[in-house]
Design a protein around this ligand. Structure first.
Ligand code: T46
Length: 135
């Protein structure tokens, strides 16, 4: 099974424009405890560069675009996000990097838990060790 899991959200359109909604345990496959947005990212910045032990997230580019890299310690896969109707499901225990932010990128992330620095693995070698330990 691939690392990149895309959720396609239904967009409701009429003569006024478009509307897309996100609902926990419906089109978002977990309880949503936190929402955050990454925006005004500077040129040539790489964000992420960590894994989460437990947290699951869905990332959606509300405007603009960026590129995600997901890495399970064995394979790396890339996915460009550029639509509010497309979510990237980021499972736990995956190294993630975000590259190539457009100036107008607003990346919204729906998260399965509150912010907890203890859930982060910010060292790649440490991340690889968790993989060889059978996680
Ligand atoms: C992830 C990717 C996709 C908070 O105080 N509350 C929060 O909810 C978050 C997400 C971050 N922070 C603090 C922690 C740091 O001092 O904000 C600062 C920047 O966070 P970080 O360097 O972890 O940001 P990114 O863009 O590298 O990663 C973020 C999320 O942290 C992470 O969970 O998976 O986006």
């Amino acid at each position: 099974m691939g690392l990149v899991k895309i959720i396609n959200f239904n967009s409701i359109g009429d003569e006024r424009g478009q509307l897309v909604s996100f609902e926990e345990n419906k089109n978002i496959p977990f309880d949503v405890k936190r929402v955050y947005c990454i925006y005004a990212t500077k040129k040539n910045v790489v964000r992420g560069l960590h894994a989460h032990k437990v947290l699951k997230q869905v990332a959606i580019a509300l405007t603009g675009s960026c590129k995600f890299v997901l890495d399970d310690g064995y394979n790396r896969e890339e996915q460009i996000l550029n639509s509010p109707t497309q979510g990237l499901l980021i499972d736990s225990c995956l190294w993630r990097e975000m590259h190539n932010f457009s100036d107008d990128c607003v990346l919204m992330v729906l998260a399965s838990d509150y912010y907890d620095e203890n859930d982060y693995v910010r060292d790649y070698q440490e991340f690889l060790k968790t993989k060889t330990n059978g996680n």
